[in-house]
Design a protein around this ligand. Sequence first.
Ligand code: PEP
Length: 252
Amino acid sequence: MSVSKKVYLFANWKMYLDYDESNILANALAGASVNFAKKIKMVIFPSALSFYPVAQVLDDIGIASGAQNVHFEDRGGYTGENSAMMYKNAGAKFSLIGHSERRHLFGETNHEVHQKMETALSVGLTPILCVGETAKERKGNKAKDVVEIQLRAALDNLKWKPKDKLFIAYEPVWAIGTGNHCDPIEAEKMCVMIFKMASMLAKGLEVIILYGGSVNEGNIRDFLKQPDISGVLVGGASSKLDTWLQIVQNVC
Ligand code: PEP
């Protein structure tokens, strides 16, 4: 069974691949790209170090690239950081913003997520806002409240252009990199709530909701079957050629 709607397949390579490995995978994707169906919009998020050569290879075959994270200033004394403006100059079209690993491992606050949304939009990068609750918050019946707070903070008073698309990735923290994916029906419930809230907070924009958290070739279709899930953000399974191509194949 194939998936009939337009599908967004976003690949977060995190810090899984070194420079050579990233370039090898990008070239392998370029070699395999003839098989990618038109309905698939693919975006790859390589490491900062590999970004430029990977983006060049992928650009030639119509696959966009994005930053995994950006700093909210354009330039300055921020050792080790890269700005949205710098990514834009290097060919990025997208940026993940507020990924749970940034929030939970590097202490990124809702306020900083908002600043990064602002700066991404100001330089012309399309942000992919990541939201999601921890296991403790879910157990305490707080998942919706936490996600609502994240959405309100991130989307407050942003300057959108009329044709911009608002991408939001619902990524429950407990499902990321654990092999323990969210039940697709449960994910759909959260995505409906996110869709409604985001449509209210960013009036007039097209809102596109993705699911992320241990998506693989075995469960991808169960997520894309859900009416409010338009695509997936994939970490581990996107960093290996065979599993990524299998995911693509299962969508075609
Ligand atoms: C992610 O990094 O956004 C992610 C969903 O990771 P994984 O697919 O490995 O759970």
